[in-house]
Each structure stands twice: as structure tokens, then as C-alpha cells.
Design a binder for this molecule. Structure first.
Ligand SMILES: Cc1ncc(COP(=O)(O)O)c(C=O)c1O
Ligand SMILES: N[C@@H](CCCC[NH3+])C(=O)O
Length: 415
């Protein structure tokens, strides 16, 4: 079931014609489907069934407060990577006791704040960070729950920019270093060894690398137990891919089966940090064709969304389906490069897409719910787009389009 689908030749977001959204709220804008977000979150939760578990949605994928709030209401946990994301979770009604803190560069203020609100666990990525957290916790008069993020050196088979579990990546620590750091953590007075963690990359389309990583972690868990260091949870991070084009990634059910099989009867709570798999296909970017431009080399559709709105095509060569909102155009079908107004040749949303277009047509860029708005910027002093959330026939403006004053707020002229 796709909650973005054609009805009578018009793309709908749940029960609302997307044409109506464009008319009422303008373009470009992001449109999210509440039903899709819920269905995806519940699929993870159901897949782990009665095994003790916590789904910590990766806030970075889509951090809109309304999105976080609806997941919090389902009972979701959260994975944050900054003090800012932690504040978003709190503002959205998320439970700090279900929140884990990942990331290689946690600052003292971020650690302090996370301790103050009582987060579930710090995913520690280096020896220096471990020592710093012990000091901060000591000064705060508490014990900090920790996991070590293991870099298992497995090839996740994804784009190099979003691969994180290889030795050359900055993330986590190798197995031997992690073993030594666990011994150190067990000695430090202000740390509580709670779990073990890894995250090998994003947009994974095969289970094999996840299984390999899991096997390495389970082996470590058994060795640590033999040394008297008991970890209570196993956090395998996020990473499950989605279908942008023709990928066939494993779903949460297959993933959970593989996990439970291998974990066997070890008393381990399972944590997962899915981001893209929950939000990616729950959103579209709506844009309008401003001009058509035909050159001897190419046909261009110049649209009102750009790389500042959706940077994935420019940054990773990310492929997003681009579909007309209204079917049945009489215009000639051509291979269009769909490009924005930004002054960069990397400013494209898609290349050589077969489309029948007329200026003024609406297009939907699909699979834009994750790493879309959150990676947007004001480059070329373009306002960041509005975000809408559709729930059946209801439409909520969950973030207004920026105005010029907001874009220059905090800047000043020289005296
Ligand atoms: C530590 C961590 N957890 C979770 C995620 C979420 O990943 P994804 O959106 O691929 O599920 C990421 C991003 O890749 C991450 O770095
Ligand atoms: N921003 C990336 C994913 C990054 C994952 C971050 N750990 C993307 O759009 O594919």
C-alpha cells in the first residue's frame, strides 16, 4: 500500500490531491504522510515481537517536530547525534530514557545536557570520548550509561559517503581497541557499561554485511561476558535501505528474523536506529516547472526546487523518481534534465527523465522524506521549503516556508 498514489489521474497524498496542496501552500514544499510513517515504525516494532527491544528512530533522517511527536506517541525511542537533536526530541515529547546519543564529536555541553535529562545511553566512539564522559559524569555527580561503537570493518556495499563501518572511516573503534576500552570503562567510576553498538552504513540493500557485523559483535559480547563484563543491550544502528528505483532491500521482518536467530538465548535487548526506512518513502518534494529550455544538447525542465532543497542527487548521485502530479499531458515526451535555479551545474534533481511537460506543470520528487529537508540550506539565499503533513483528509503545515527576514536573522551591517 502506497499512501502516495494516483486517483483519477492526479497524485494524492493520502486522501488529498497534491494539486490542492500546491495551490494552497505553494511550491517547492515537502509533503509527508502520517500513515506511512506510522506503518513503517510499526513494521520494525512488530518484527521484533516479544523480544525485548527498542526502536530508536534516527532523528537526523527527518527531524521535523511533528514527525518526532507522532513517533513519540507510538512509543518510539530516538537516536540523536547533537545537542540540537536532543532538544528537538524533548520539545516533541520524546522520552529521554528511550534516547541514545551517537556521533564522533560530542562536546562537553552536549554530554552535560544529556546526563541532566537522563538519556538511555551514550554510544562512545573513541578512548578520548570515554575519558571525557567519565569526567563530565563525575563533575555532575552521576554515572553515565555507555556502549562502545564498534567499527567491525565490513563492507556495507553502499555509497562511500554513507559507508561507516570500514577501517578507514572515522566512526567507532576496531574490535581490539573496543575490548580494551570496555575493560577501561568497567574500571572508571562514573561509567556504567550498558551495551554494545555499531552502525555500518546507510541505504543497505543486503543483509549479509549486517549479519557479518552482528557476528563480530556477538563474539565480543561472549568474550566480554567471560571476563565478567556483561552488556545488556545490542544496538545494531540503522541502515536498512529503501526502494528509490529498483532496489530490493530486505524488510524489517527478514532483518529481525536474522537477528533473533543469531542472538539465540542470550539475554540481550535489541536496539535499532532506523531513519531512512521509516521516513524515506513517507515524503515527496513537490515542485513546479518554471520554464522548459531546449538546447542542441539537452532538454531542460527548470523547476522551482533545487539542490538547496534536496542535495542527494548532487552529493551522492542519488536517484529519485520524478513523476508528473497530473497524468495525461498532451505534450511531447522527451528526455529532460530536471534542474533547479541554483548557480551550480550539480544543481539537478534528475537527469534524462522521460516526461511530457508544459511550463507550469507540477512534479513530485519521490522518496524525499529522509535526508531531504534536513539537509536543505539557504544557498543562493533561497528560503527553505515548507513542510506539510497529511493525515487522511487533514493537512498540517508543520513548518512554514522561510521568509527573507528569517534568512538574514542574526546578520548585521558593519558599524
Ligand atoms: C549512528 C547512526 N545511526 C542511525 C543512522 C540512520 O541510518 P539510516 O537512515 O540509514 O537508517 C545513521 C545514519 O546513517 C547513523 O550514523
Ligand atoms: N545523508 C545520507 C545518509 C546519511 C546517513 C548518516 N549516517 C543520504 O541521504 O543518503
Amino acid at each position: 500500500m502506497d499512501y502516495f498514489n494516483d486517483r483519477d489521474g492526479v497524485l494524492h497524498a493520502e486522501d488529498v490531491p497534491v494539486t490542492e496542496l500546491a495551490e494552497r501552500f505553494g511550491t517547492p514544499c515537502y509533503v509527508y504522510s502520517r500513515a506511512t510513517l506510522e506503518r513503517h515504525w510499526r513494521a520494525f516494532d512488530a518484527a521484533l515481537g516479544d523480544h525485548p527491544h527498542l526502536i530508536c528512530y534516527a532523528v537526523k533522517a527527518n527531524s521535523n517536530l511533528a514527525v518526532l511527536n507522532l513517533l513519540a506517541r507510538l512509543g518510539s525511542g530516538f537516536d540523536v547525534v547533537s545537542g540540537g537533536e536532543l532538544e528537538r526530541v524533548l520539545r516533541a515529547g520524546g522520552d529521554p530514557a528511550r534516547t541514545v546519543f551517537s556521533g564522533v564529536g560530542k562536546q562537553v555541553w552536549e554530554m552535560r545536557r544529556a546526563l541532566e535529562v537522563g538519556i538511555r545511553c551514550f554510544n562512545i566512539e573513541s578512548g578520548a570520548e570515554l575519558e571525557r564522559l567519565n569526567d563530565v559524569a563525575g563533575a555532575t555527580g552521576c554515572r553515565a550509561p555507555v556502549s562502545l561503537r564498534v567499527n567491525p570493518d565490513v563492507d556495507a556495499g553502499t555509497h562511500p559517503y554513507i559507508s561507516t563501518g570500514l577501517r578507514e572511516n572515522k566512526f567507532g573503534v576496531d574490535v581490539d581497541t573496543a575490548m580494551a576500552l570496555y575493560r577501561r570503562a568497567a574500571e572508571l567510576p562514573h561509567l556504567d557499561v550498558a551495551g554494545i553498538d555499531c552502525h555500518i552504513g546507510s541505504q543497505l540493500t543486503r543483509l549479509a554485511p549486517l549479519r557479518d557485523a552482528l557476528d563480530r559483535l556477538l563474539d565480543m559480547i561472549d568474550r566480554l561476558a567471560a571476563e565478567g563484563i556483561a552488556v545488556r543491550h545490542l544496538d545494531l544502528g540503522g541502515g536498512l535501505g529503501i526502494r528509490y528505483r529498483d532496489e530490493t532491500p530486505p524488510g524489517p521482518a527478514a532483518y529481525a528474523r536474522a537477528l533473533r536467530e543469531r542472538i539465540g538465548d542470550r539475554a540481550l535487548e535489541i536496539m535499532l536506529e532506523p531513519g531512512r526506512a521509516i521516513a524515506g518513502n513517507a515524503g515527496i518534494l513537490l515542485t513546479r516547472v518554471e520554464y522548459l529550455k531546449h538546447t542542441p544538447e539537452r532538454h531542460f525542465a527548470l523547476v522551482d526546487a533545487a539542490m538547496n532543497d534536496l542535495i542527494r542527487p548532487a552529493l551522492y548521485g542519488g536517484w529519485h523518481d520524478i513523476v508528473p502530479v497530473v497524468q495525461g499531458s498532451p505534450a511531447e515526451m522527451r528526455a529532460y534534465d530536471v534542474v533547479g535555479p541554483v548557480c551550480e551545474s550539480a544543481d539537478f534533481l534528475g537527469k534524462e527523465r522521460m516526461l511530457a511537460l508544459t511550463a507550469g506543470d507540477l512534479l513530485a520528487v519521490r522518496s524525499a522524506g529522509a535526508y531531504g529537508f534536513v539537509m536543505s540550506s539557504n544557498y543562493n539565499t533561497r528560503p527553505r521549503a515548507a513542510e506539510l503533513l497529511v493525515d487522511g483528509t487533514q493537512v498540517y503545515v508543520v513548518r512554514e516556508r522561510e521568509n527573507f527576514e528569517q534568512m538574514v536573522a542574526g546578520e548585521c551591517l558593519l558599524p
